[in-house]
Design a protein around this ligand. Structure first.
Ligand SMILES: *[C@@H]1O[C@H](CO)[C@@H](O)[C@H](O)[C@H]1NC(C)=O
Ligand SMILES: *[C@@H]1O[C@H](CO)[C@@H](O)[C@H](O)[C@H]1NC(C)=O
Length: 251
């Protein structure tokens, strides 16, 4: 009998503690459903978050924070239960943390984090005209959540030969950039395509129709220099004549 009591005591204590935490706690329910503190959603969708006080303190005032900054709530949306809505979800909502806690005691609260998925902005086609010997820059927006797993470039349907065709290729996680500093029609004219592998959907690709035009004469420099000289001389003459007048009236 005494043995039984000893066994039960820790369990009872545990239950009591559990009830105490529950009684003074708040919880967040969400649509879409929160899982392990994270709400999974997509760009442009709606997330609604519903914070409730557990048990006894049902008429306690609640506050909401987004990344630590207070969210203003309408009257009647703070007592015992408080709802906020994120609509439409934006890029900057990705990773944002929403916290709900008692106004009277900030340690009694809980948080959820949003994971906003968005695909890369790759679609359509672009006409690009570039002069021989000029710089050609092609840009593809590959910013996505989750990140794209790979980006590839083709020219007339076959993989772009970076070294042989004098290209440089960079990728900073936002933009994939294909550049060549000295355009040659035989090497660089044609149809380019950049495509990105996004783990959730796709394919995502963008086309560029690049035409190489004759080199034209650069902006003529000599007339500009002559013009600048005339302007400077005129200014100088104006100052000199005024200086004469100033000197004259000082005498
Ligand atoms: C806030 O709540 C915690 C946990 O319930 C409690 O330990 C603490 O004493 C409370 N603080 C105030 C100022 O009431
Ligand atoms: C790509 O195809 C176009 C059209 O057929 C052609 O004019 C161009 O020379 C080709 N470009 C390369 C680099 O082969």
């Amino acid at each position: 009998m005494s043995k039984m009591k000893l066994m039960f005591r820790p369990l009872l204590l545990h239950l009591l503690l559990y009830c105490a935490i529950q009684a003074s706690g708040v919880r967040i329910e969400s649509d879409p459903v929160v899982s392990e503190g994270v709400v999974q959603t997509e760009l442009g969708k709606t997330v609604s978050l519903d914070c409730r006080v557990n048990g006894s303190e049902a008429d306690e005032e609640l506050v909401w924070l987004r990344n630590g900054a207070g969210i203003s709530l309408k009257e009647g949306n703070t007592k015992g239960r408080s709802r906020v809505c994120v609509t439409p979800t934006l890029h900057e909502d990705n990773g944002a943390t929403f916290t709900c806690h008692l106004r009277a005691n900030a340690t009694v609260g809980t948080s959820v984090t949003l994971n906003v998925k968005y695909p890369p902005q790759l679609q359509g086609s672009e006409e690009v005209a570039v002069e021989e010997e000029a710089v050609l820059v092609l840009l593809c927006d590959i910013w996505a959540n989750p990140q794209v797993s790979s980006v590839s470039w083709t020219l007339n349907g076959s993989k772009v030969d970076i070294i042989a065709d004098g290209f440089t290729l960079t990728n900073d996680g936002f933009t994939s950039q294909l550049t060549t500093n000295n355009v040659e029609r035989s090497l660089h004219e044609g149809n380019y395509e950049c495509s990105a592998v996004y783990p959730i959907s796709g394919p995502y690709k963008k086309l560029f129709h690049v035409t190489v035009t004759e080199k034209t004469l650069k902006f003529p420099l000599m007339p500009i220099i002559a013009g600048v000289v005339v302007v400077c001389l005129t200014a100088l003459l104006a100052i000199v004549s005024r200086w004469n007048r100033i000197i004259k009236c000082c005498k």
